[in-house]
Design a binder for this molecule. Sequence first.
Ligand SMILES: NC(=O)c1ccc[n+]([C@@H]2O[C@H](COP(=O)([O-])OP(=O)(O)OC[C@H]3O[C@@H](n4cnc5c(N)ncnc54)[C@H](O)[C@@H]3O)[C@@H](O)[C@H]2O)c1
Ligand SMILES: O=C(O)C(=O)C[C@@H](O)[C@H](O)[C@H](O)COP(=O)(O)O
Ligand SMILES: [Zn+2]
Length: 375
Amino acid sequence: MPASGDSSPGDGADGCQMTVELGDRSYPIHVATLATGRFAAALVEATGDLSHALVIYDQAVESWAQELCEKISASAVRVDRRAVPSGEPSKSIQQYAELLDWILQSGADRRSVVVAVGGGVVGDLAGFVAASYARGIRFVQVPTTLLAMVDSSVGGKTGINLAGAKNMVGAFWQPDLVWADTASLDSLPERSYLSGLAEVVKYGVIEDAAFFSWLESNASALVNRDPAALRHAIRQSCLCKARVVKEDERETSGRRAILNYGHTFAHAIEATAGYGQWLHGEAVSIGMQMAASLAIQLGQCDADLLERQTTLLTRCGLPVRFPDADVDAMLPVMGRDKKVAHGKLRFILPSRIGAVELVGDVDESEVRRAVEAHR
Ligand SMILES: NC(=O)c1ccc[n+]([C@@H]2O[C@H](COP(=O)([O-])OP(=O)(O)OC[C@H]3O[C@@H](n4cnc5c(N)ncnc54)[C@H](O)[C@@H]3O)[C@@H](O)[C@H]2O)c1
Ligand SMILES: O=C(O)C(=O)C[C@@H](O)[C@H](O)[C@H](O)COP(=O)(O)O
Ligand SMILES: [Zn+2]
């Protein structure tokens, strides 16, 4: 089994547990409350001889992080904590360097564990700190946004941005444990919550037609944060991501690249608009629209796919246009995409709902047309 979802007695309203299987190891994803002693127990179990935790948290979840630190210290573990300013600009070399200095000053050693508490920004940043300090120390993800629960906390992509090149510096560094408590989403602003739904829709398009249909029927429940719908969406997303990551952990075979559907355009949208202007999920929503248009232009899929995708994204409250698109500015950014091979752009394009392909050799004029179609 590539990725497993344990049907334990705790599976249901109380939460669920899944496992990310890798070549030589595995780690658990718990979707469960932090309000019990189970988190501290799972942390100690996942990290072995834990004596020092470095909690790096988004300043927006200060009280959540404080509570977590108390739980960890209750297990006789020394805890140091540090806030990171909210927002995409924190995925920077400057923030990265400041965190490394702080870790050094805190007297960390190779048995210390970095615990990231926040959304994808803090997860990616703290993960890269963990991947590189002392050539790599252990790492735990406590996602507090929907996007981080369904995507960024799982799979081990960590990193920071360069101007005009998203996630350009980083490492594959898997966590030892992922713990998602959906109660932390109670304080998440609407815009950030909806942005996470874009990556959920992505899983339906790339791999799972039945899940896409389920999303079509349950979009309003999800938008209204219905607990059962939310649990189902998180679980299906994590299972899909774990399955793909297991098959191509370091994105070498092309299999993992399917998780990049919409992202060649999305990263160019984020970088040209200025990091933080569009939330990542919003940019992914528009990027998937552009990718679907490109696939239709190339005769790879029917117009019906774009219609269904547009309807679903719109019902999820997501943007489907980039009115300020400057394709001359976007193209050079797209040229730095990590899927580029021998100087040529490659895109993940759908052939039908539930199936995508890695496509190269696309004419620049077609790319321009796909961007213009969603201005
Ligand atoms: N590593 C991966 O596989 C992967 C996958 C997808 C996205 N990403 C990255 O993730 C980032 C986007 O993540 P995101 O959407 O979580 O954004 P984010 O981390 O910026 O969080 C969104 C906003 O919500 C706030 N916030 C976080 N948790 C909160 C809570 N519980 N209550 C109130 N406010 C809260 C943050 O301060 C921020 O303002 C991007 O940098 C993207 O590139 C990485
Ligand atoms: O996990 C992956 O693989 C992904 O591509 C997930 C994406 O949603 C995510 O945004 C990722 O950070 C993009 O990675 P990049 O290598 O294209 O920067
Ligand atoms: Zn993404």
